[in-house]
Ligand binder design. Sequence first.
Ligand code: FMN
Length: 130
Amino acid sequence: MYELVYTSLATGPHGTAATAAILAAARLRNAACGVTGLLLFDGRRYVGLLEGGEREVGGLSVLIAADPRHAAFEVRHESCDGQRRFDGCALAYAELARGPGGLEALAQQQGLQIVAGLLALLPQLQVQRG
Ligand SMILES: Cc1cc2nc3c(=O)[nH]c(=O)nc-3n(C[C@H](O)[C@H](O)[C@H](O)COP(=O)(O)O)c2cc1C
């Protein structure tokens, strides 16, 4: 299982409708290629985790990186021996407030630390499975 974590910054004010459009298209495409994952958003910063086949996740990350709805796309972690953590979720989604202990701090991390940090946030969040 290939696992990739990226960070990016929204390029505009993203309301619920914009986020819903991103999620709807993303979930269809992820499901079609057996990719699952999680997207976190604080109104400015995104942190995303994708997991699946290496070719599928790699291809998706190229598409996502080119999306003008965000910028400063950076891969913070890649691993070939990840486990499937979001089984059944083409793209789970959660929002959190900006501030201490939020996505800005998480986005400073990389490698397995960013995965651990992301997982540690989950119990406090209302995660929309999708
Ligand atoms: C923060 C962010 C995360 C995204 N995550 C995914 C994703 O997990 N899977 C996906 O297919 N598209 C994702 N997208 C959308 C893609 O960048 C791209 O717009 C979409 O796949 C293109 O679909 P379309 O050609 O049908 O318009 C994401 C976009 C943004 C801004």
